[in-house]
Design a protein around this ligand. Structure first.
Ligand code: FO1
Length: 320
């Protein structure tokens, strides 16, 4: 009997969505069981009375094949009629566009939440519509939206800092109020503990992976699992691939380098998380620094320029 490995991915944002597509395709081509993807919900927010889950939706839409690949968020071919109506009333955020098709998702989600479903039941409900080829789990059912404390002491919701101010206000702290009392969503700890491989996607280590690891019980499950824990560097050639992750890394005192992020996650043998770390060919010189941390470095092409490249990267992570 062939035993197919159980694969768990920790993910958020565009990097997480692209990597999840690669993992799905790599597992399908090996004839193996679909992955469980644990998604960051720190980006979530309430806006004009509706609940948004940007990272859940990015990964949901990408796996469903309906994501806007140009913008990196929302639905392809969407219109903005409702958004303009909301703006005409002076409601909502002018700098945060909700597409009409996207709003359908938010309304379904909010309706179910108001009827008493938990966020993980809602994610399952949204997932049922599509043939995703993966199971999505929110990291927690608690509302632990990320807040950013900036230099002048002001505290902003992550989306205001990221989308409105484009991360230009110097952050001094990222916080997830309530996270200390949060618990992992049903199935998260079980999936990690029962996995053969856990992959940490090349998502923003601070605001995408950070909130997942901050949920009490998740880091402990990663430390306790017999699975290999393999991370993929979000840094290529000493630079962040996309987004403004360098600002986030600097704020928490982590060097914007492949070995810097590896050190941030740490080696399993030294109270950290990683068994292996995939770093870019451009950063091959950092391999020895990663090895010195007690993490096995694996140098591979990291650019997820197309589906084939994302699949090859996921394949490399699965076999690392
Ligand atoms: N990002 C933007 O840069 N501008 C927007 O107007 C915007 C709207 C938006 C609506 C729904 C959604 O799920 C995501 C949206 N995003 C938008 C992306 C989002 O702000 C962030 O890029 C992610 O949260 C970071 O992972």
């Amino acid at each position: 009997m062939t035993v197919t490995p159980r694969v768990v991915v920790l993910a958020g944002g565009v990097g997480g969505a692209r990597f999840s597509l690669g993992v799905r395709s790599a597992l399908a081509s090996r004839g193996e069981a679909p992955a469980t993807i644990v998604v960051n919900t720190g980006d979530d927010l309430w806006l004009t009375g509706i609940r948004l889950q940007p990272d859940v939706d990015s990964i949901l839409y990408a796996l469903a094949g309906v994501n806007d690949t140009q913008r990196g968020w929302g639905r392809t071919g969407d219109s903005e009629r409702v958004h303009h109506e909301v703006q005409a009333y002076g409601a909502g955020w002018p700098w945060f566009t909700l597409g009409d098709l996207d709003l359908g998702t938010h309304l379904a989600r909010t309706g179910w939440l108001r009827e008493g479903l938990t966020p993980s039941q809602v994610v399952a409900g949204l997932s049922r519509r599509w043939d995703l080829g993966a199971t999505l789990l929110p990291m927690t059912d608690a509302e632990v939206d990320t807040h950013v404390v900036v230099r002048d002491g002001e505290r902003l919701h992550f989306q205001e800092w990221w989308t409105r101010h484009r991360a230009t206000l110097e952050p001094i702290a990222f916080e997830n109020p309530g996270v200390d009392a949060a618990t992992p969503a049903p199935g998260v700890v079980e999936a990690i503990r029962g996995a053969d491989v856990v992959l940490i996607a090349p998502s923003n280590p601070v605001v995408s992976i950070g909130p997942i690891l901050a949920v009490p019980g998740i880091r402990e499950a990663l430390r306790a699992t017999d699975a290999r824990v393999v991370g993929v560097s979000p840094i290529i050639g000493g630079r962040v691939v996309r987004g403004m992750a360098d600002v986030c890394l600097t704020a928490i005192g982590v060097d914007t380098s492949s070995s810097g992020v590896a050190a941030h996650y740490g080696a399993r043998a030294a109270d950290g998380l990683l068994d292996a770390w995939l770093l870019a060919e451009e950063d091959a010189a950092s391999a020895s620094a990663v090895e010195a941390l007690g993490i096995r470095p694996v140098v591979v092409p990291l650019w997820m320029t197309d589906a084939a490249a994302s699949t090859a990267l996921a394949e490399a992570a699965l076999t690392a």
